[in-house]
Design a binder for this molecule. Structure first.
Ligand code: AMP
Ligand code: MG
Length: 415
């Protein structure tokens, strides 16, 4: 093997800085930003894209007063007071086919849900509360003026800012924009993220396993996490633990992507070797983050791209993605990373922990007899991916915690 840096206690590699998870996240966030470039995309292609501009409502919604019920529209002054009233039915209003005339006092029309309220009417009576008799209705009982109407502009006023620049578009937003007649939106250009795994032992699913080999799981879990963010993914596959291969892969990745994510090769055993190439090619800092699982972590600039070197252990790779990479990529996509949803839950089993590091234990939270109750999702080794697969939350134990007793409250972070 060429050029392999040897590591020993006497080597002059600087000791990695030790940061808390919050410090590491804050530092990363101050060093990333969104590209100042946008694209115009049709609404259906806008899911998980980030708005480049504010959206102001070109029309009000609803755009006209309309009926919330199938029934009869009339004027409130014709509502019964003491005795039942009889009103002739002079027409019908359908959704999409309004009643064109205007309603005189003492008349009513048949009206369907969503149909425009005609001039002269201000109240709708549900059809179940009316006796229909040929061409007229008989109405008794107590009714309130203005009932069963949906008013123009009740949801959105014309000119109102409905969504702000930096908003990460979700399904309801696409419906909202469609309701305003918006057919295309201006969004930040797609973020391109290159993904690679390092390790001589790695094989792709579908290949045979030779002795000492394992399947590359990180590229699949990380790929899926990236898919959930809606970024464009460049899968660069598995890179062998060879300086030339790593150098080439990183150069290709940095030339084509806004962010490069690798897993493996940043731990002490072969880290010196990867560190050497990274420090030749870019400005990368190696951090020890006081967290479990998950340290060390490499972060920096590689050509025009940001580089995230995640630990190889499968749980560590996912935890560090969730804590550092996801918020950083969200900012690079143009949005403000949403704060993680952290809740209090009662721990239904004892948790072991040594003080010194923040721990992200994998938990299963459920609602039991009115309280949130959390337990571990199996054994907690950073190589045991089943714990992530079964879990629906992280149990976040602070640095100084010395463990948790049954019944104690803990903080959880929902997936
Ligand atoms: P490393 O950080 O390269 O020293 O790897 C730490 C541990 O994670 C080793 O047991 C590796 O075999 C394992 N590992 C590294 N990369 C992957 C991967 N892509 N998929 C599954 N396990 C991995
Ligand atoms: Mg390795």
């Amino acid at each position: 093997m060429e050029n392999q840096a040897t590591s020993s206690c006497c080597d002059a590699q600087p000791a990695p800085q030790v940061l808390t998870p919050d410090q590491a996240r804050e530092r990363i966030l101050t060093l990333v930003s969104a590209p100042d470039a946008y694209q115009q995309v049709p609404l259906k292609a806008a899911l998980q894209r980030v708005l480049y501009t504010d959206i102001c409502a070109p029309i009000q919604v609803p755009s006209y007063d309309n009926s919330a019920m199938d029934g009869y529209a009339l004027h409130s002054q014709d509502l019964p007071v003491d005795n039942p009233v009889c009103l002739p039915v002079v027409g019908t209003a359908w959704a999409g086919k309004p009643f064109t005339g205007s309603l005189a006092r003492g008349q009513c029309i048949r009206i369907m849900t969503g149909a425009k309220i005609p001039t002269g009417a201000d109240t709708v009576i549900m059809q179940e509360q009316v006796e229909r008799d040929g061409d007229s209705i008989r109405l008794s009982g107590t009714h309130s003026a203005g009932q069963n109407l949906r008013y123009a502009g009740e949801d959105i006023a014309q000119g109102e800012t409905v969504l702000h620049a930096g908003h990460w578009l979700q399904p309801a937003d696409l419906g909202l924009l469609a309701s305003l007649g918006v057919a295309e939106v201006r969004v930040f250009r797609h973020l391109r993220v290159a993904l690679l795994s390092t390790g001589d032992e790695l094989r792709s699913p579908g290949e045979a396993l030779s002795e000492g080999a394992i399947y590359d799981s990180n590229r699949y879990s990380l790929y899926a996490l990236l898919q959930q963010l809606g970024v464009e993914i460049l899968d660069l596959g598995i890179i062998h633990d060879q300086p030339l291969a790593i150098r080439q892969a990183l150069q290709i990745a940095a030339a084509q992507a806004d962010a490069v994510i690798s897993s493996g090769g940043v731990s002490v055993g072969d880290a010196d070797f990867v560190q050497q190439i990274l420090s030749e090619l870019g400005q990368i800092a190696f951090w020890k983050v006081a967290m479990k699982p998950g340290h060390p972590l490499a972060f920096g600039t590689l050509g025009g791209a940001k580089f995230f070197g995640l630990p190889g252990n499968p749980v560590s790779a996912m935890v560090t993605f969730a804590q550092f990479v996801r918020p950083a990529l969200q900012r690079m996509m143009g949005c403000q990373p949403p704060a993680p949803v952290r809740l209090q839950a009662v721990c239904s089993e004892a948790l072991r922990k040594r003080p010194g590091r923040v721990e992200f234990q994998r938990g299963i939270v459920a609602h039991e007899q009115g309280v949130l109750s959390v337990r571990l999702a199996g054994a907690q080794g950073s190589h045991l991916l089943t714990s992530m697969s079964k879990a629906n939350c992280f149990i976040v134990l602070p640095q100084q915690s010395e463990g948790v007793a049954v019944g104690e409250r803990v903080e959880i972070e929902l997936f």
